[in-house]
Design a protein around this ligand. Sequence first.
Ligand SMILES: NC(=O)c1ccc[n+]([C@@H]2O[C@H](COP(=O)([O-])OP(=O)(O)OC[C@H]3O[C@@H](n4cnc5c(N)ncnc54)[C@H](OP(=O)(O)O)[C@@H]3O)[C@@H](O)[C@H]2O)c1
Length: 244
Amino acid sequence: MRFGIIGAGTIGSIISKKLVKTGHEVKIADARGIEHLEGKELAGTPVPIEDVMTNIEVLIISLPLTALPSIRNIIEQVGEEVIVVDTSNYYPGRDHKIAEIENGMVESVWVSNQLGKPIIKAFNNLLAYTLENEGTPEGTSRRIAMAIAGNDLSQKQKITDVVNQLGFDTVDSGSLTDSWRQQPGTPAYCTELTKEELTKALEKANKEKAPFLRDKVIEKLSASNFTPLANKDIVNMNREIYNS
Ligand SMILES: NC(=O)c1ccc[n+]([C@@H]2O[C@H](COP(=O)([O-])OP(=O)(O)OC[C@H]3O[C@@H](n4cnc5c(N)ncnc54)[C@H](OP(=O)(O)O)[C@@H]3O)[C@@H](O)[C@H]2O)c1
């Protein structure tokens, strides 16, 4: 398939490499100028942001949530037929407090409103390390699953097929309004679960408690001065706190 990616940070770059490795065509852009792509470890063709949305089937946006309103004018030019996928998560410490989300609006509903487009929420509930290193062929025992939310079933199916090629099972987590179940602070968030486990974790999510539990993990990480932890340790901490 033909992909455009906006955002060449950790996640955008990993996705670009995995897509190219599995035979897809990829163009990648930085929201602040093509010169920001210099020296980055990515795959595909670097392009200016104005060129990223032409002749593609899927556009993946991988930016801090707070940067998304700044690309609305670009996203408005994306063709109706293009599937728009967003990877973002809301962290108020990083993204600054957004009143609507603080008052209960589902993060991806806010994103979709800001972009003026329907979106598919995917890639948000796997840690970068997991996405880069823990993919396995279909049918492998204890294969990790990704949650995918969105309102358009046929778009979700296409993204499900791509994610399967990239090494992960998937769980349809419902409409965009249901996507709070895979937000930070929930048992489904960055806990490396199988399809069956993820299905149960999504059911178990508690909307009121999630922001508190999300902040508890950030507090623990900042108490250790963000000393790099092994992926397994982060996953175990997430499992413990998000299930409490
Ligand atoms: N890291 C993870 O484990 C993980 C996992 C799942 C989902 N996510 C979510 O996916 C999104 C991307 O994560 P990431 O870890 O790849 O982030 P990142 O490494 O910080 O990369 C962010 C990208 O956004 C650009 N950017 C930063 N501030 C911007 C601004 N104000 N305006 C326009 N562009 C800006 C950066 O470009 P420059 O190079 O120009 O600064 C960079 O290309 C986030 O919402 C994150 O929460 C992250």
